[in-house]
Write a protein that binds this ligand. Structure first.
Ligand code: LMR
Length: 400
């Protein structure tokens, strides 16, 4: 047989998160629970179409706009809306125009555009991620030519953050190292820094001239839109340059629309204009310009007080239901006499809980009970509901 140029291509492993989601869909068992991917589901086990999205889509359909190209950096009103959302409307960063924002293909696209841009301006690009982190952080920065290391974060003994170790590690980094930080609702652990701890991280980044890159994919899922942006606002007050990738996949339940943004905070407006021009060049060479539908929805909502209030209400409902499910799972495990204390689930933030289950226990959950979790032990508590939480607790108890 003739040789093929593809002989050298080896089968790549399934993605640790999306691969599981695919496997779940084809699992023929009737009794199964998908706690793998970070997707919020309603009490009925469905991905919601938010009321605010339904209403906005109706308005957009009635407007009968044609499907033309967007500018390379996206819809201007979307980008300015993002800045107000992450920095706060009255923020000095917004008023001084020293930040530039470009629309992106979800939070992942924002990270990728940011990483590609940084790799063009840094000599030997290095980045650090929390241990553990969302696996795609590593893949994105490595694919942009970065050497990627880690800084200590999760403390297995206490189930909290090993903050002294984290701080010491950051203090030892060389100038211009990109520090990837989860602004809220840490993925995968659900364990966040306090505002006092963030203040110390800001000081170290400033003193050591590190480049903070704050990933905020779950704004509004922790304690509220403003509360969850506390870290970003502290960095803004420090007057140093930094990056923010944000996503509307979860907060608008617009997963498939791939809608997010990259914001780069600079020293002044002139610098921000130059940076924006380079971000556009990165986007143009990748996918030319962004898709429109999701951006139109988000932009309409962020710029209309009535729709904005409706979104806040939709988001509050999701946030409160997640907290309710955290409580329900921890209580069910306690009632069933689980031999491990799972009360920590209630102290964590956002969609995820680091369950402390081992890879073997996670495998048994899937094989014996059809309960899918990520190998690291991460479970998506936002997929629990009153109908599956008891079954999930029983399954967890059985594999301990
Ligand atoms: C997750 O962590 O499950 C989500 O952010 C989905 C993804 O792209 O991995």
């Amino acid at each position: 047989m003739n040789s093929s140029i593809f002989d050298v291509v080896e089968m790549a492993p399934d993605d640790p998160i999306l691969g599981l989601n695919e496997a779940f869909k084809t699992d023929p068992r009737e009794k199964k629970v998908n706690l793998s991917i970070g997707v919020y589901c309603t009490e009925e086990g469905k991905v919601p179409l938010l009321n605010v999205v339904k209403e906005t889509e109706k308005r957009l359909a009635e407007s009968g706009e044609p499907h033309t190209y967007l500018p390379i950096s996206g819809i201007p009103a979307f980008n300015s809306g993002v800045q107000k959302l992450i920095f706060g409307a009255g923020s000095e960063v917004v008023k001084s125009k020293r930040a530039c924002t470009v629309q992106s293909l979800g939070g992942t696209g924002a990270l990728k555009v940011g990483a590609d841009f940084l790799s063009t301006i840094l000599k030997d690009p290095e980045a650090v991620v929390s241990a553990p982190t969302w696996q795609n952080h590593v893949a994105i920065f490595e694919s942009a030519g970065f050497k990627v290391g880690t800084y200590p974060y999760y403390d297995k003994q206490t189930g909290g953050v090993d903050f002294p170790a984290m701080l010491t590690s950051l203090q030892g980094l060389k100038k211009d190292t990109v520090v990837i930080l989860h602004a809220c609702c840490h993925n995968p652990t659900g364990v966040d820094l306090t505002q006092e701890q963030w203040a110390q991280v800001v000081d170290v980044c400033k003193e050591k001239q590190l480049i903070p890159f704050l990933d905020i994919a779950y704004q509004g899922f922790g304690n509220g839109l403003d509360e969850d942006a506390g870290a970003i606002r502290q960095f803004a007050d420090a007057g140093i340059p930094f990056f923010v990738s944000n996503s509307f996949s979860k907060s608008f339940s617009l997963y498939g629309e791939r809608i997010g943004a990259l914001t780069v905070v600079c020293h002044n407006e002139e610098e921000a204009k130059r940076v924006a021009s380079k971000l556009k060049a990165v986007i143009r060479a990748n996918y030319s310009n962004p898709p429109a539908h999701g951006a139109k929805i988000v932009s309409t909502v962020l710029n209309d007080p009535e729709l904005l209030a409706q979104w806040h209400a939709d988001l509050k409902e999701m946030r409160e239901r997640i907290k309710e499910m955290r409580h329900a799972l921890a209580s069910a495990l306690k009632e069933k006499g689980a031999k491990v204390d799972f009360s920590f689930i209630e102290d964590q933030n956002g969609m995820f809980s680091f369950s402390r289950l081992t890879p073997e226990q996670v495998q048994r959950l899937k094989d014996e009970f059809g309960v899918y979790a990520v190998k690291s032990g991460r479970i998506c508590v936002a997929s629990l509901n009153k109908a599956n939480v008891d079954y999930t607790a029983e399954a967890i108890k059985e594999v301990l």
